[in-house]
Design a protein around this ligand. Structure first.
Ligand code: G3P
Ligand code: MG
Length: 248
């Protein structure tokens, strides 16, 4: 069969690991999500100055680490020294920014599925996708499902042309008029939308394309249940424990 196929999409996807319970986008957050019983986690990937794909959400280091300034202006050697846990809680001091490779290894070990969100620093959309994909391809398959997603249409285009069979999630924040054409062009396997910007009608329009739908960031059981009832396949959440209760 194909090297990459869209595997089963679990109802609950740990957002940045399990961002409410452990420092986001760290190995500890992924372990924490697994301990709750989730089958898939989402992380954000961007490049250091020397093009190492690292796991961090913001394009600057300030909020989540002991560093400052843009991630893209620092080398991996500088980034690896930073603490990425202490700002979340003293008990988490000593956590570091992981590489994409680190996260893949942990997901393999924990038998977790993984959603790699490509989060390019402005101007690096193509390169970030290219490098993330080469790491994924060299690593090979996980036991769990693998999904690559991005808000960047250029990153998605790059990923689709380099690896046509890799399942891609088209992330939508402010729905553009031509969203359906973009989804087709990049061969999107899923549509991943912001649940606060959509109506039952717009969700139905996404569903009518035949793609499984994922929704972010859903932090209450009541909202998750509404979305599941509207046909949403899975939700990204900072609070996996809350959503797993209504996920059957
Ligand atoms: O991939 C879902 C979600 O992570 C997208 O938004 O800003 O949390 O990366 P953000
Ligand atoms: Mg994300």
């Amino acid at each position: 069969g194909e090297p990459f196929m869209l595997g089963p999409i679990p109802r609950v996807i740990g957002h940045r690991g399990a961002a409410a319970h452990a420092p986001e986008n760290t190995l500890e957050a992924i372990c924490c999500a697994a301990a709750f019983g989730v089958e898939m986690v989402e992380v954000d990937v961007q490049l250091t100055r020397d093009e190492v794909p690292v796991i961090i959400h913001d394009d600057t280091l300030d909020r989540t680490t002991t560093g400052t300034g843009p991630v893209f202006e620092r080398s991996w050697k500088e980034i690896r020294e930073l603490d990425a846990g202490a700002s979340f809680g003293r008990a988490f001091a000593g956590e570091h920014i992981p590489t994409l490779q680190d996260v893949l290894a942990l997901c393999r070990e924990l038998k977790l599925g993984l959603n790699v969100e490509i989060k390019p620093y402005p101007g690096t959309d193509l390169r970030t996708a290219e490098i993330a994909l080469s790491v994924l391809e060299n690593f090979g398959p996980l036991e769990g499902s693998l999904l690559v997603s991005s808000f960047s249409v250029e990153s998605l285009r790059t990923a689709h042309s380099l690896a046509p069979h890799l399942p891609l999630g088209y992330l939508i924040h402010d729905r553009p008029d031509n969203w359906a054409a973009i989804a087709d062009e990049v061969g999107a396997a899923t549509i991943n939308f912001d649940h606060t910007s959509e109506t039952p009608q717009t969700i139905a329009a996404y569903a009518a394309t035949g793609r499984p739908l994922l929704s972010y960031t859903v932090n209450t059981a009541a909202r998750a249940k509404e979305l599941f009832d509207l046909g949403v396949a899975g939700v990204f959440t900072d609070f996996p424990g809350r959503i797993l209760k209504v996920a059957k």
